[in-house]
Design a protein around this ligand. Structure first.
Ligand code: C2E
Ligand code: CA
Ligand code: CA
Length: 597
């Protein structure tokens, strides 16, 4: 009897047809027990009963409602024979089926001690069942039982292959299959995907243990399933990530609405370990067009959207946009090439002069990194530094910048044009907290023979206060090896004002957003004046960034700030350009110190 899950019912029917002939009977049936719901389920019968409506009322019989004879099939262990002299049996048959006298032999299907089904043969009128026939019947029933066991094992395996163990939801593979089907060219669209990621589930695991975490995930799974009802597929991708695919096409707005509804359901409190827990989630929504978008396109977009939702603080829905797609392409490209670029030299430095705007004299120069990208042109560090930081390349990149800048600067010194000039180098927050950073800086200074005070590292304001104690130690170490320290973008971060006194810094660089409109914006002027006063009080040098207008330069001069950089004074220059400017020693300036504002 070769049969698998799909064909077993048909094959059983064929076998029954043969047996009906062999035993010379009128009907036969094969039924399986489902003990979990206490029911008997018709698997095959012969002959077919064309007059039976669909669904057949006898296809599923619940034992608690069944007549006493039928009910025997639930736990019967040996073959049973019923003949017309059994009055109770006959009465039932006549009432139920409108049949004349019948006789029946039935043998149990067994798996160990459990009765897994029943195989029965019915003759209209009376029939005697010889012991040898009953033995044959028992043997056949045991073959059917074996097939049944194999079929069920196969079904279980198939279920396991496409379902998630923990939640019983579909798994990744089932989701991919489903989407593959939904995104075929002639299917209705758009197909929406809702990618749900629980916010900070890790803390549940960490504080309450993995069992609680698992329980929590199961509750969320049930809620999602209930929230979606029959109107979609819910899958768990593993961890705390779920994907919902609504079964009908819907617009982005409708999908967003559904996402918001699910977000509310998921966010309801969950009783765990005697406490009430709430966890929010983030949902990314994306739409796929059948015939155009692939399964991975759709999931990637939904994933990207959920990342944006998380980046916005979580507990919200984000719908994928074209803008996001540009960002991802860009980012992927940068990620892909940055490592090799650091090693193979598509990076280079430009230098932005810092000028005394009273005289035009060059006081310092800031190294700014650039990437000459083969297809995207000149890339701004504002873009790729963030990527480098997110993929742990900031350290490599920062070392390259520091070394290259110091090497070039030492050459200018050797040429005799950079005496008394300070080299300023930007430092990523990540670098600052890297082990051995102070030693690296010291080694580079030594290697190129740069003396105390000739190099200044620029650190943005916000990073300084994040871990004040640790950064203070690093900053003190850097001071000891002879570098100066500047607070970059001063005024934009969490204020370091209250710590200015204790931080070992030398320079404040006032952020260009306050400088740009100086001369026309009185609010900015108030801030700039406050910063100037602050710098004086703490005896710090003050540099104004982003001087673009004469009005800004004159306002700064008028209020006593005379160190500045900006496009009005000079654009960022290549190394050779910087050398020749240093050779001249100054940029032309003629600002009045009595500005209009
Ligand atoms: P930043 O440290 O504030 O650098 C000054 C930025 O302002 C530079 O942009 C410069 O070109 C620009 N700038 C100068 N004058 C003006 C002006 O008058 N108007 C305007 N609109 N902009 C002006 P850039 O080179 O694009 O650098 C952007 C940021 O990237 C830098 O801001 C710095 O935070 C970061 N960065 C640059 N090079 C490095 C580096 O080697 N390492 C690290 N960690 N960060 C770097
Ligand atoms: Ca800077
Ligand atoms: Ca800055």
């Amino acid at each position: 009897m070769g049969a698998n899950a799909a064909t077993s019912s048909l094959v059983s029917q064929e076998v029954l047809a043969v047996l009906v002939k062999y035993f010379d009977v009128d009907f036969s049936f094969l039924r399986y027990n489902d003990h979990s719901i206490r029911a008997s389920i018709l698997v095959a019968e012969w002959p077919l009963r064309p007059d039976v409506p669909d669904p057949d009322p006898l296809r599923v019989v619940y034992y608690r409602d069944a007549d006493p004879v039928f009910a025997l099939a639930e736990h019967v262990k040996t073959p049973m024979v019923f003949r017309p002299e059994n009055a109770e049996y006959q009465k039932r048959i006549e009432e139920g089926r409108n049949l004349p006298q019948t006789s029946m032999a039935a043998a149990p299907l067994k798996s160990g001690d459990v009765t897994t089904g029943v195989l029965g043969f019915v003759r209209i009128g009376d029939r005697e069942w010889e012991p040898v026939e009953l033995n044959a019947l028992e043997a056949i029933a045991s073959l059917f039982a074996q097939v049944q066991a194999r079929v069920q094992a196969e079904e279980r395996l198939r279920h396991l292959a496409v379902h998630d163990d923990l939640t019983g939801l579909r798994n990744r593979r089932a989701l991919l299959d489903h989407l593959e089907e939904r995104l075929k060219a002639d299917r209705p669209g758009p197909v929406s995907a809702l990618y749900l990621d629980l916010d900070r589930l890790k803390t549940v695991n960490d504080y309450l243990g993995h069992n609680v975490g698992d329980w929590f995930i199961r509750v969320i799974a049930e809620r999602l399933q209930r929230g979606v009802d029959d109107a979609g597929v819910v899958a768990r991708l593993g961890g705390d990530e779920f994907v919902v695919i609504p079964s009908s096409p819907m617009s982005a707005a409708e999908a967003e609405q559904l996402a918001n509804r699910l977000l509310a359901i998921v966010g309801e409190r969950v009783p765990v370990a005697g406490e009430m827990l709430t966890r929010t989630a983030s949902i990314g929504v994306a739409l796929g067009e059948p015939g155009r978008d692939s399964t991975s396109d759709l999931l990637r977009r939904a994933d990207q959207a959920v990342l944006e939702a998380k980046a916005e603080g979580g507990n919200q829905v984000a719908v994928f946009s074209d803008e996001m797609s540009l960002r991802t392409d860009y980012r992927n490209d940068i990620e892909l090439h940055l490592q090799e670029v650091i090693e193979n030299g598509a990076l280079f430095l430009q230098y932005l002069p810092e000028v005394d705007i009273r005289t035009g004299e060059i006081l310092a120069t800031e190294a700014l990194v650039r990437w000459n990208h083969p297809t995207r042109g000149l890339l701004s560090p504002a873009v790729f530094i963030a990527v480098a930081e997110s993929i742990n390349l900031a350290g490599d990149l920062g070392r390259w910048v520091l070394r290259t800048a110091c090497e070039e600067f030492a050459r200018w010194r050797a040429l005799g044009v950079a005496e008394g000039i300070v080299l300023r180098v930007n430092v990523s927050p990540v670098q600052l907290v890297t082990d051995g950073f102070v030693e690296t800086v010291a080694a580079v200074m030594r290697e190129f023979g740069l003396d105390t005070g000739s190099v200044c590292l620029e650190i943005t304001e916000s990073v300084l206060v994040q871990d004040l104690e640790a950064t203070s130690i690093t900053l003190a170490g850097l001071r000891d090896v002879g570098v100066q320290l500047a607070i970059d973008d001063f005024g934009t971060g969490f204020s370091v004002l209250s710590h200015l006194k204790s931080l070992p810094v030398d320079v404040l660089k006032i952020d260009r957003s306050f400088v740009a409109d100086l001369g026309s914006n009185r609010d900015d002027l108030a801030i700039v004046r406050a910063v100037i006063a602050l710098a004086e009080a703490f005896e710090l040098e003050l540099v104004a960034e982003g001087v673009e207008t004469v009005a800004a330069a004159e306002t700064l001069l008028h209020h006593g700030c005379h160190r500045a950089q900006g496009f009005l004074l000079s654009r960022p220059l290549n190394g050779e350009e910087m050398v020749s400017l240093l050779g001249e020693g100054r940029v032309p300036v003629h600002f009045s110190t009595t500005p209009s504002l």
